[in-house]
Design a protein around this ligand. Structure first.
Ligand SMILES: Nc1ncnc2c1ncn2[C@@H]1O[C@H](COP(=O)(O)OP(=O)(O)OP(=O)(O)O)[C@@H](O)[C@H]1O
Ligand SMILES: [Mg+2]
Length: 676
């Protein structure tokens, strides 16, 4: 029934497969120093191998192999995903043996005759028919028909899993988890008890099935076991994020189809984070999504100008002002339009005072409980002086300013309030006046609004980012619209617990307001060592990891649960390359921009200088008169620039290369999945 395994004669070069030394005595062998007569095999071979009933111990690591003994009756494409994407390293081997049609048909005919005879006998004896025999007979007839018609081919399939672990306890735990995951797929797995060595060797990439525990499968069922089913992320909605590195398909995705709409992007400086985000912003804007950007580097200016967006720069002399004391005009927690009843409403004043506490925590430094209580009283009194109380009707009054709080604190005439007022003074009278001490004079009417804080001092940036984020958040809550809020260089906000906490609270609640928060950071240490940073990652269904530095890779690997291969990929990534995680799926991605997009979004000084030179040249030519200027217009279509995203026709051509043969084409009977 089973074809001879074409790889059965394969041996490790220079070493017989069955010459692996096995011993049951757990005492370690004396360490042998490699002498000149030792071969390379002696050097790389493990120091000891201990084979027990239901595990193998090689050096200090434990291994247990399981084989699949029972399969579900119905399978669907990607049904093995839970085990392929299992949250622990597993070595998984599939062996696929083509079986000759004639032999199978003979066998099937015999089986069908047997089952028909059984049923006929039952009927004769007046017995109730065995439903399992009936089902099997039906399946067998169906298969026979398919085989005769040549619509299906027949295979034997075997499936083994080796679980590595550092301790026996861990091994037992993981085994139980693997068993229950397989159980949920209606797959029965058993340990290769007393044959652990054979099991282990079977899952090595040697192509040697020493256990031969097979089950027949037809082509369609076999195709559903194909393990790389998550490799494509092409949806018919959303924006183009890039090109799938594995199969050149397009990664088209709608972040608003995930469980939350947040994303995080982590890479080294110059890895292509801002570039990828600008592309997403530009493309999302075309589909009617509003985009707000907090830009600490003045990188988004050209883009904003090109799309007719608003670019607000915050500095002492700039006209744009935000008053941190502004109240939202919507009253109530929850989207305004979704909740017209007024129930479960939260007091906007209380919410505002809470966020002001965080803000003054940053401005004034850490406050002790009595200072906090005093600040609270001062804030309430400042609002009250302007006629604003918890009564929603009063909250449409003009809000107070920073100076009003300062005056209230001075007016309290005690030592603590005086010290708080002193700490606030530089924002009202001192060097930091002019930005956040006047009434708000901006709005969010433009669907593409950029807030730049580059012209502010380093110490003021987190404060400014906080105030802007609070301003946007307050406005976002007023009405429901599809929006993306991008916080570039978000590590600025991680510097203070209060600002970090605020960013996290936006990430947590943004979904309810149809808002996708995009957090970009290059500082892995600052971001991922903090619990809040990790919580923001957890609250982001979309994640893009791009080039990582060797110093950061372990931390990233730990938080994102990356395999060795994925870590290597990120270390070796080029600019613009990385791994794109969307919900449970992830793909290797390369972000691509068209020539026009590239010109708008590049931040490379060389490109910008070139563009400026080209622009001044162009203006000189234009000034010389239209006849000369016209000569500059190319008469024939330009060849497509190398980084233009493929058109649909090109895409079809690219896709036709898939599924080529990730493991060497159909002629090779073994598909081997390795997870390290
Ligand atoms: N996919 C890409 N294709 C072509 N060029 C790219 C790509 N990604 C990035 N670049 C180039 O690399 C430059 C740097 O990328 P980017 O500004 O995105 O870096 P970054 O990761 O945001 O770095 P930083 O953390 O320093 O801001 C871009 O301005 C662009 O010129
Ligand atoms: Mg950047």
């Amino acid at each position: 029934m089973q074809l001879p395994n074409p790889f059965s004669n394969f041996k490790l070069p220079g070493k017989k497969a069955d010459s692996v030394s096995t011993q049951t005595d757990p005492t370690p062998l004396p360490e042998t120093k490699p002498t000149s007569s030792n071969s390379i095999q002696d050097v790389v071979a493990p120091k000891k191998i201990e084979i027990d009933f239901d595990f193998a111990k090689i050096n200090d690591r434990f291994y247990r192999t399981m084989f699949v003994a029972g399969y579900p009756r119905f399978v669907y494409p990607g049904w093995l995903d839970p085990i392929i994407n299992f949250d622990h390293s597993l070595d998984i081997s599939f062996f696929i043996y083509p079986v000759q049609g004639k032999t199978v048909l003979d066998d099937l005919r015999r089986k069908i005759t047997e089952m028909e005879a059984e049923i006929a006998t039952d009927i004769q004896r007046g017995k109730i028919l065995n439903p399992s025999t009936e089902a099997k007979l039906e399946d067998a007839r169906g298969l026979q028909e398919q085989l005769v018609r040549g619509a299906e081919r027949f295979f034997q399939f075997s499936f083994y899993i080796t679980i590595p672990a550092t301790t026996l306890e861990e091994l037992n735990n993981i085994t139980a988890q693997v068993e229950s995951t397989l159980g949920s797929l209606l797959v029965v797995a058993k340990k290769t008890t007393l044959r652990m060595e054979d099991g282990f060797l079977t899952t090595l990439p040697l192509g040697e099935d020493r256990l031969s525990i097979t089950r027949n499968m037809d082509t369609t069922s076999l195709a559903t076991t194909f393990p790389f089913s998550s490799a494509e992320l092409s949806s018919d909605r959303g924006v183009l994020y890039g090109i799938n590195e594995d199969n050149d398909s397009l990664v088209v995705f709608d972040r608003f189809s995930l469980e939350n709409y947040n994303s995080v992007i982590i890479a080294t400086s110059g890895g292509g984070k801002s570039f990828a985000v600008k592309l997403e912003a530009l493309r999302s804007l075309m589909f009617g999504t509003e985009v707000f950007i907090i830009d600490p580097e003045q990188e988004y200016k050209r883009l904003a100008e090109a799309v007719g967006g608003e670019y607000l720069s915050f500095s002492f002399s700039s006209p744009a002002k935000i008053n941190p004391f502004d109240l939202a005009t919507v009253r109530g927690e929850g989207p305004a339009s979704a909740d017209g009843s007024g129930e479960a409403k939260e007091n906007q004043l209380a919410l505002k005072i809470l966020s002001l506490h965080s803000l003054f925590g940053v401005i004034m430094g850490t406050l002790n409980p009595s200072e906090q209580a005093l600040l609270d009283r001062a804030l309430v009194a400042t609002y009250k002086a302007k006629g604003i109380t918890p009564d929603p009707a009063t909250q449409t009054q003009k809000p107070p300013l920073m100076e009003d709080l300062y005056k209230t604190l001075i007016g309290m005439e005690d030592q603590v309030s005086k010290s708080l007022a002193d700490r606030l003074e530089k924002f009202v009278r001192g060097s930091f006046t002019g930005i956040f001490d006047q009434h708000t004079n901006i709005n969010l009417n433009n669907p593409f609004t950029v807030f730049s804080v580059r012209d502010l001092e380093e110490v003021l940036r987190p404060i400014a980012m906080f105030i802007i984020l609070d301003f946007i958040w307050t406005r976002v809550k007023e009405n429901l619209k599809k929006r993306i809020l991008i916080v570039d260089e978000a590590w600025h906000m991680m510097k203070y617990p209060d600002t970090a906490q605020f960013l996290y609270s936006v990430a947590k609640r943004s979904r309810k307001y149809f808002l996708g928060l995009t957090t970009i950071t290059q500082d892995v240490e600052d971001f991922l060592t903090l619990d809040i940073g990790k919580a923001i990652v957890t609250n982001s269904a979309l994640r893009l990891l791009m080039k990582q530095s060797p110093a950061a890779i372990d931390r990233v690997g730990e938080v994102f649960k990356l395999s060795q291969g994925e870590k290597q990929l990120l270390l070796a990534s080029d600019v613009g390359e990385g791994i794109f995680f969307a919900g449970a799926n992830h793909v290797a991605i390369r972000t691509v921009a068209s020539d026009g997009e590239y010109k708008l979004i590049t931040s490379k000084p060389a490109d910008i200088v070139k563009q400026t030179t080209d622009y001044s040249l162009q203006s000189t030519i234009t000034q010389q008169g239209p006849a000369v200027a016209q000569q500059q217009i190319p008469m024939s279509p330009q060849p497509a620039p190398p980084n233009t995203p493929p058109t649909h026709a090109q895409q079809a051509q690219l896709s036709s290369r898939w599924p080529a043969s990730p493991s060497g084409g159909l002629g090779r009977p073994i598909y081997k999945v390795e997870e390290e």
